[in-house]
Write a protein that binds this ligand. Structure first.
Ligand SMILES: Cc1cc2nc3c(=O)[nH]c(=O)nc-3n(C[C@H](O)[C@H](O)[C@H](O)COP(=O)(O)O)c2cc1C
Length: 414
């Protein structure tokens, strides 16, 4: 019987353990988690979501305070179009996080950055260009282009000296999305080095509509595999979403996948950035306590625990401090939803907003508990301590469980 360790992921001349731990913003997939994955021979991800904020928390900078200071005059204004990011400061924050992560890297694996293209930051192209190029400048091994896949991304970096050597991957949820991307980036003469195929059971934002339950990861992977073969294209495919055991992973690897991308099982590790008490909520979640809803202002459905404090919260939009989801005209769907509720309840001290949430604030504060579909199985991956809490796992334990387990077995911690 095969185990994940019987397979290897080949990316160009590099050979890796075929386990990728997916990006989880905002700093849920920490540098520690990514570095541990790389030490063990796999591919870990840091995330490029809200890096100025992450830098403040991790490296004692003051980006958020300073930005709020600069735009304080606009806090009560419904129109946020004036709020802009300073490209130099985005570069600085990205450089700090990437450089400090990469200088700690040990072992045979790799550290990639998950680039959330939906973070439009009131100047989508300019801010994306800076984030991508700065990560490349500071030694990131690879970039995974995620949520909101911007078809022109390769063109933003094609003149960078590392364009050919950095590993570049994209996340798609359909053959059509892959075809569009390949068509658009063909001009750069550069194929993606890998394609993550993310199915409907993943955590974070979904590349499906609210009819997500009708889709099946294995079927999408098979369709893309057939098409690539027809086109005589040899691009490693990496399925993601709901791959909960080593056996699930082996099933994909035996069917021709080059690796798997996983995340949910690592949300309850010590290295994961969620606060420890939130990790207990993940452990204890029951199946009917997880939902896919439409509260993300990005317009993509998102899966989360129903108990997330972000749901129904009616805080004032925090764009002067954050503003990562402002589109190119300075709008965000949450601002519209919030203003509507304020207008409908002119005398209320606090309003509740249920259809959208201030995702920047709530992701920053770990109050939007996004998770994969199988989060309700996490309780089967650990044991209970005397105080009624589940024991946190080490990333190494979870990684090795994927690598060596057979028969859908899950190893409990010692
Ligand atoms: C807490 C959490 C946050 C996530 N955030 C992101 C993200 O910022 N960007 C992204 O591309 N995918 C994100 N994902 C998706 C994962 O990277 C991964 O592809 C997917 O969850 C794998 O499925 P699994 O969680 O069932 O293993 C997130 C997943 C989780 C569980």
């Amino acid at each position: 019987m095969k185990r994940v360790d019987d397979f290897r992921l080949r990316l160009g001349a590099d050979e890796l353990v075929p386990i990728m731990v997916g990006g989880m913003g905002v700093d849920i997939s920490t540098a520690d988690l990514a570095l541990e994955t790389a030490r063990l021979g796999g591919v870990g991800h840091i995330s490029d979501a809200m890096l100025p904020t992450v830098s403040d928390r991790r490296y004692n900078t003051k980006y958020v305070k300073n930005k709020l200071q600069q735009y304080k005059f606009n806090v009560a204004n419904a129109d946020k179009s004036v709020v802009q990011f300073d490209l130099g400061l985005i570069a600085e924050a990205t450089a700090t996080h990437v450089a400090r992560t990469m200088e700690r890297k040990r072992g045979p694996g790799m550290v990639f950055i998950n680039c959330m293209e939906k973070l439009t930051m009131n100047a989508p192209k300019d801010t994306l260009r800076v984030r991508l190029r700065t990560a490349m400048d500071h030694g990131i091994d690879g970039i995974t282009l995620a949520a909101g896949l911007h078809l022109g991304s390769f063109a933003l970096i094609e003149d960078h000296p590392r364009f050919k050597d950095v590993k570049l991957g994209i996340i798609v949820s359909s053959l059509r999305a892959l075809q569009l991307f390949l068509k658009k980036s063909a001009r750069t003469g550069r194929m993606p080095d890998y394609v993550v195929v993310e199915g409907p059971l993943a955590g974070g934002h979904l590349g499906f509509g609210m009819d997500w339950a009708q889709y099946d990861l294995a079927a999408i992977v098979a369709e893309i595999t057939d098409w690539l073969r027809e086109q005589q294209l040899d691009i490693p495919l990496i399925p993601a979403g709901g791959i909960f055991t080593g056996t699930d992973a082996v099933n994909f690897l035996e069917a021709g996948a080059s690796a798997v991308q996983v995340a949910t099982r690592f949300t309850v590790t010590k290295e994961c950035g969620l606060p420890d008490e939130v990790k207990q909520d993940y452990f204890k979640a029951k199946e009917d306590e997880i939902e896919v809803n439409q509260i993300s202002p990005t317009g993509y459905p998102m899966r989360m625990l129903k108990s997330s404090p972000a749901i129904g919260s009616g805080i004032r939009p925090n764009c002067e401090a954050y503003g990562y989801l402002l589109d190119s005209s300075g709008n965000c769907q949450y601002i519209e939803a919030y203003n509507r509720e304020v207008a409908a309840h002119p005398d209320a001290k606090k309003v509740k907003v249920f259809d959208k949430t201030c995702l920047c604030t709530h992701m920053r504060n770990f109050d939007c508990w996004t998770c994969g579909h199988y989060t309700y199985r996490l309780k089967d991956t650990s044991s209970l301590d005397d105080n009624g809490d589940y024991r946190l796992l080490s990333a190494e334990h979870v990684f090795n469980d994927y690598l060596y387990s057979t028969d859908n077995r899950i190893a409990l911690p010692d």
